[in-house]
Design a protein around this ligand. Structure first.
Ligand SMILES: C[S@@+](CC[C@H](N)C(=O)[O-])C[C@H]1O[C@@H](n2cnc3c(N)ncnc32)[C@H](O)[C@@H]1O
Length: 376
């Protein structure tokens, strides 16, 4: 009997119900859930009783009492996982990715030389994760001196990649929204797509229902959130081939074309940075920043205040955006070439970065084409 059969036997004994789905190895995605029969839209696929969740309330007292009462749920769950030697979750623990698998895929564990090649929205995300981790590790280290940073980080990454949003009246009072989380067995085997099955919870259970009809043999996905690929890469260690929520960060190309004076005026009105484009639009913040490059400051301020026609200078602005994007495209090609010649990290890690930058290139080129077509 393989470890997944054993997990399912244990989980179903504890009240988990599965209907027409089973875990299977999927190339490039670890394990995922597959339809074993034709599944109609709305069909209940999985039900996990809340009694089986690992939450802030199931952390053993011996662990909980050594850690500060205001530690994050993320940090507490990671300590629980890192220190757990009880047989209770043995069969569940047996199917989670190994430390080396997570260290390969999650940028948090990459060498800094390679982390430096993340596109800026992913790098920004990673910085936030690193500072959250540093806070949690500091508490865990003081409470459990025998724990190593690598082992705690592995547990922390497991929590990061496998928890579900879960709130109760108690957690709503005590914890930030992003920190209301729970681990649940079997449900944590569903992979992510930009659209997926409906996940819901109430006091009794978590449920997953089909969002459409699935044929036998198809992989069934849930959606971890409307995330672009930079977010997915930083947080979960993968990028999607098709992602309708994907976007490209434009801070480097836009900020590098602004004078200091222009930057200051953008800061003054809260429009400095966080510039993006997606498959359909170049964001409003970018439009405002680029207009600052080609309008007298007084007129531009009136525009920001909504007193000027927002379409003003559209042709000129689009021309300037195309120019910025062409320069950026060259930079992106340079980054890909550098990655191809690099030896830092592993081939797989460099490969996912090259894939990500190639996606950035495609989105940038598509936008150039679209804006040029609009101008003619
Ligand atoms: C909640 S787990 C899903 C189950 C996991 N595949 C496993 O083997 O246990 C989330 C992790 O699965 C992987 N994953 C999820 N969706 C993916 C996708 N569409 N493509 C590649 N990897 C994916 C990533 O490693 C992610 O961190």
């Amino acid at each position: 009997m393989d470890s997944y059969d054993e997990l399912l036997r244990w989980a179903t004994e504890k009240g988990v119900e599965l209907y027409g789905v089973e875990p299977r190895k999927i190339p490039g995605r670890g394990v995922g859930m597959i339809a074993t029969e034709r599944l109609e839209v709305d069909k209940l696929l999985l039900e996990v009783p809340t009694s089986l969740l690992r939450t802030v309330d199931t952390i053993p007292k011996a662990v909980r009492k050594k850690l500060p009462s205001d530690m994050s749920v993320h940090g507490l769950l990671a300590a629980d996982l890192a220190l757990d030697k009880s047989p209770t979750y043995k069969l569940w623990n047996a199917v989670v990715p190994s430390r080396s698998e997570l260290e390969e895929s999650c940028p948090m564990a990459w060498v800094p030389e390679l982390q430096a090649y993340l596109p800026s929205p992913a790098a920004e995300r990673l910085r936030k994760m690193q500072s959250k981790f540093a806070r949690d590790w500091e508490e865990a280290r003081l409470a459990f001196p025998a724990l190593t940073e690598e082992h705690y980080r592995y547990a922390w990454m497991l929590v990061n990649t496998r928890t579900f949003y879960y709130s109760t009246p108690k957690t709503e009072k005590l914890f930030h929204r992003d920190d209301r989380m729970a681990l649940q067995p079997v449900a944590d085997l569903f992979n992510h797509a930009d659209e997926g099955c409906a996940v819901a919870f109430d006091q009794e259970s978590f449920t997953i229902r089909a969002n459409r009809t699935y044929e036998a043999g198809e992989e069934i996905f849930i959606c971890y959130g409307r995330h672009g690929n930079d977010f997915l890469l930083a947080e979960y260690g993968f990028v999607l081939e098709e992602n309708k929520w994907d976007e490209v960060g434009l801070d480097e190309p836009v900020l590098s074309h602004l004078t200091q004076e222009q930057r200051t005026s953008l800061e003054d009105v809260g429009f400095s940075g966080n510039y993006r484009l997606d498959a359909e639009t170049v964001c409003y913040r970018t439009q405002i920043a680029v207009r600052r490059m080609c309008m007298p400051v007084d007129k531009w301020r009136r525009l920001v205040d909504g007193l000027e026609d927002a379409e003003v200078l559209k042709g000129k602005v689009n021309g300037l955006i195309v120019k910025l994007l062409r320069t950026y495209e060259k930079d992106v090609l340079g980054i890909i070439a550098e990655l191809e010649g690099m030896k830092d990290g592993t081939e797989g890690q460099r490969g996912v970065l090259i894939k990500r930058w190639s996606q950035v290139r495609v989105l940038v080129e598509d936008t150039i084409r679209r804006l040029e077509a609009e101008r003619t």
